[in-house]
Design a protein. Structure first.
Lengths: 74, 144
C-alpha cells in the first residue's frame, strides 16, 4: 500500500470555485488530466515548478494551495 | 490511461510473453539433452527482435484506438511520467547489478557460454519487467 503524501492541497476546491475543469487545468499547466487527478487525490506530489504553476492559475501563493503539516521534518 | 502508461503496459505484457516463449523454445530445442547444447543465440535474437517489433506495433494500434476516444492525451507525457520512469528504472536496475555479478561469478568458474549469456539476458528482462511492474503500480496507486 502506498503511503499517502503529507503534502495536502486545496486544488479541487479552488478549481471548482473557479469553474475550471480538470482538463482545462491540465492544459493551463501543461500536464495530462491524469496528472491533475493524481495531484488532487494526493497520489502524486508535484515538482516545485508545477506547484508554482498551479498556484499561479488560481492567483494565489504556494501556501494557499499546498499545505505541509507543522512539525514534519522528513 | 496516459500515453506513457500504455507504453509501460505494452512493454510489460510483451516482455512477459517474449520471455515465456523464449524459455519454451529453448526447452523444446534441448529436448532430453543438456541445455548447453542448444544454439541459443538465434532464438534470443529473434525473441529480442520480435519483442521490439510487437511492442511498437501494439503501442501504435493502442495509441490509435485510445486517440479515437480521447484525442487530447495522444502522445503526451509530462513530469509525472518522467518521475515514474525514473523510479521504475531505479527499481529495475537492482536486477541488472545482480545479473552482472552473476555473470562475473559464472566467468570465474568458466561456465558454459549458454549460462553466461542467459544470465545476462534474464537480468535485462527481469530488470525491464520489475521496473515495468513498479511503474504500473505507481500509475495506479500513486508516486509520492
Amino acid at each position: 500500500m502506498v503511503k499517502p503524501t503529507r503534502v495536502t492541497n486545496r486544488i479541487r476546491a479552488l478549481r471548482e470555485a473557479a469553474g475550471i475543469t480538470q482538463a482545462e487545468l491540465a492544459r493551463l499547466i501543461g500536464v495530462t488530466r491524469q496528472t491533475v487527478i493524481a495531484i488532487e487525490q494526493e497520489r502524486y506530489s508535484p515538482t516545485l515548478e508545477l506547484a508554482f504553476q498551479i498556484a499561479r492559475v488560481f492567483g494565489l501563493g504556494l501556501d494557499d494551495v499546498f499545505h505541509y503539516p507543522e512539525g514534519e521534518s522528513s | 490511461m496516459v500515453y506513457e502508461e500504455r507504453n509501460t503496459w505494452v512493454g510489460l505484457i510483451v516482455s512477459a510473453i517474449g520471455m515465456t516463449i523464449y524459455v519454451i523454445v529453448v526447452l523444446r530445442e534441448a529436448g532430453a539433452g543438456p541445455l548447453t547444447d542448444v544454439v541459443w543465440w538465434p532464438i534470443m535474437l529473434w525473441t529480442i527482435g520480435a519483442s521490439i517489433v510487437v511492442s511498437i506495433v501494439v503501442s501504435i494500434l493502442w495509441g490509435i484506438f485510445a486517440g479515437m476516444r480521447d484525442p487530447d492525451g495522444v502522445g503526451k507525457s509530462d513530469q509525472r511520467d518522467r518521475d515514474i520512469a525514473h523510479m521504475g528504472g531505479r527499481v529495475g536496475q537492482a536486477f541488472l547489478v545482480i545479473a552482472g555479478l552473476g555473470v562475473l561469478v559464472l566467468c570465474a568458474f568458466e561456465a558454459d557460454w549458454f549460462w553466461i549469456a542467459n544470465t545476462m539476458f534474464f537480468g535485462f528482462s527481469l530488470s525491464a519487467f520489475v521496473g515495468g511492474v513498479a511503474s504500473v503500480i505507481a500509475y495506479r496507486r500513486g508516486l509520492l
